[in-house]
Design a protein around this ligand. Sequence first.
Ligand SMILES: [Ca+2]
Length: 231
Amino acid sequence: MTFRRFITGIFALALAGTLSAGAAQALSVDLISNGDFETGDLSGWSTTANSRGETFEAVASSRRDPAIAGAYDVTYDPRFSGIATLTQFFTVPDQVISATFNFTVQMGSTILNSSPLTEVSILDSFSNVVWSRFSTSSNTAISPITFDLTTLLQSYQGQSLGVQFGFTPSSFPVVSGDLTLDDIAMMVETPAAVPLPPTIWMMLAALGLFGVLGWRRRDVGTSASFTANPA
Ligand SMILES: [Ca+2]
């Protein structure tokens, strides 16, 4: 075995080890901040109100009305008609392996056969709706909801998207209905940037030294080329 083959072999082993370590690891991140409202306010969120200024509010847990989870949830419980919205924008990572949109919801009404309307949407950076679902349920139990948005987020990698909840109370014969939310999360699995172990850095440094020595002895050499990892 020539010295050059020996060096190439070590380099290939180190590279293969690094790449396999990278491929084996994925990072799971929540793109929504304060989705559990445990700050006690609407930090990270923006709202629009109905014509009377009523909108979503972070509500502290009480003995009469415990939060869905933790010490706070968020509620829109208007006395007047009209939609209010709750919105948060986030940046989609450059590489999305999977994406799951989760929230826990409870829809109430004091009127039988009423039709309060809950809408959940994904907005692009121009606030155009690119995905939406709605519900006319009322008097529901606390319900965890999950949507697989892998395909959608993969088509918006590196771009800005928003989640938006809207609620329109029933208005006949009088205004009635409320929406309560908690634990809103956009869980995205993305490839982890794995730092090289120290031994590999030392090996690469030694190879660099050998490379410089080799470069001085020979006039021509080969240059390395790197391509981006496939998504
Ligand atoms: Ca909470």
